[in-house]
Design a protein. Structure first.
Length: 398
């Protein structure tokens, strides 16, 4: 088996560029394209083990959709599940020992019900982990041993996102709308969930991120065409995703985790997944990110904002509060909780922005825990204007 050198990161994805869907591997710059599967039935939805050595995927090669595993170079392909039902959408446990998936195996004739199951990476130890009379799909497993998945409850016709504890069964609905919200993906550090949603536009869903409990959801990207299949890079600093094209095909894009610097990566692909260096797990390859943040460009992003001074900050920078105090807002120019006050000289990390509102440039920031006016320990995360009325509120920290 030929494996890439330690330290080489790649992507895997599905593509129908040669007719039916097959699994491909490519370098992160879009070069070095290699086909991994070859048959006349669809192979789809590849997901790479945390140590980078194995790829799980779904395939119809044996007559119905089952879960398969192969080595990273496409060798040693083997079938894990054996059932008349449809076993779909595999995802790895953080330790790489288990694969979680969705299935209607309890009653393949009932298309309104699907449950979540786990199976060992060796094909042993099958277990059912959800038991609700609903259609549950697209599971993803966090480092805290919680799973996230989308659910269509009985009597509804839209997806919502739930989480559940694998140890205690604690089940929580974390989105609360009557439009589709789906395809959750845990960040490598388990603190955030990437997802797709129609919450701002039912005709054109976008890519969003929220905290693990469902708080703080915000739009990352939305083009004129539908995006789908978003997933994190191994260190949580970037997001891979798919964009449908006017000609009926789909292309792969890459952006930073703050939602900026989106660019075309490869044509004719879907459901991309990051392939970390072999032998390095997603959770330890780099220190966990404290917030979904773009890789710093070291240069401020040019955003036209009439009346605002030229920005001196970029995503990834450290900034110091240079006035008596600032209040952390829930969005650019938005209202703020009364207790989210940060004092002069506190250091912040810029994790998003800039965005223009009312003639001011706003940045999303994160700060360490602090004690609010009620004596509660909270963590500051929100939006702050860089300057107001000609006075700088934030100063770059060299």
């Amino acid at each position: 088996m030929i494996l890439p050198l330690q330290g080489e990161e790649q992507i895997v994805f599905q593509s129908n560029r040669d007719g039916d869907y097959e699994i491909y591997l490519a370098d992160i710059d879009g070069g070095g394209l290699r086909q991994l599967t070859y048959n006349n039935q669809d192979d789809q939805y590849p997901r790479v083990a945390p140590d980078g050595s194995l790829i799980a995927f779904q395939s119809e090669r044996d007559g119905n959709i089952e879960i398969y595993v192969m080595d990273r170079d496409g060798g040693n392909q083997r079938r894990l599940t054996q059932d008349p039902g449809e076993d779909r959408l595999p995802s790895w446990s953080p330790d790489g020992l288990w694969i979680i998936f969705a299935s209607n195996r309890l009653d393949p004739t009932d298309k309104s019900v699907s449950d979540i199951f786990v199976i060992g990476a060796d094909g042993q130890g099958l277990q059912q982990v959800t038991f609700e009379p609903a259609f549950e799909s697209h599971p993803t497993w966090s480092v805290d041993d919680r799973i996230a998945f989308n659910v269509t409850d009985r009597g509804t016709d839209y997806w919502q996102i739930y989480t559940a504890g694998l140890d205690d069964g604690d089940r929580r609905r974390i989105t609360h709308s009557d439009v589709d919200e789906w395809s959750p993906e845990w960040s490598p550090d388990g603190r955030f969930i990437l997802f797709h949603s129609e919450r701002d536009n039912s005709e054109n869903p976008g890519i969003y991120v929220m905290e693990a409990g469902g708080e703080g959801a915000r739009l990352l990207y939305n083009s004129p065409y539908e995006e789908w299949g978003a997933s994190w890079s191994s260190d949580g600093s970037r997001v891979l995703f798919t964009v449908d094209q006017p000609d009926g095909t789909a292309d792969l894009y890459l952006m930073n985790a703050g939602g900026g610097d989106a660019r075309l990566l490869l044509e004719r692909g879907g459901y991309p997944a990051w392939a970390p260096p072999v032998g390095v797990t997603e959770n330890t390859q780099n220190p966990p990110t404290s917030e979904p943040a773009a890789t710093s460009t070291s240069q401020p992003i040019a955003v036209h904002c009439s009346g605002a001074a030229a920005t001196r900050l970029a995503v990834g920078d450290k900034a110091r509060i240079s006035t008596y105090q600032v209040r952390i807002r829930t969005g650019p120019g938005a209202a703020y909780p009364a207790d989210n006050v940060l004092a002069e000289n506190r250091t912040l990390t810029v994790v998003g922005g800039p965005e223009c509102d009312d003639g001011m440039l706003w940045y999303e920031i994160a700060a360490d825990e602090f004690t609010n006016s009620d004596g509660e320990t909270v963590r500051a995360h929100g939006w702050v204007a860089e300057e107001s009325g000609g006075d700088w509120l934030l100063e770059p920290v060299n």
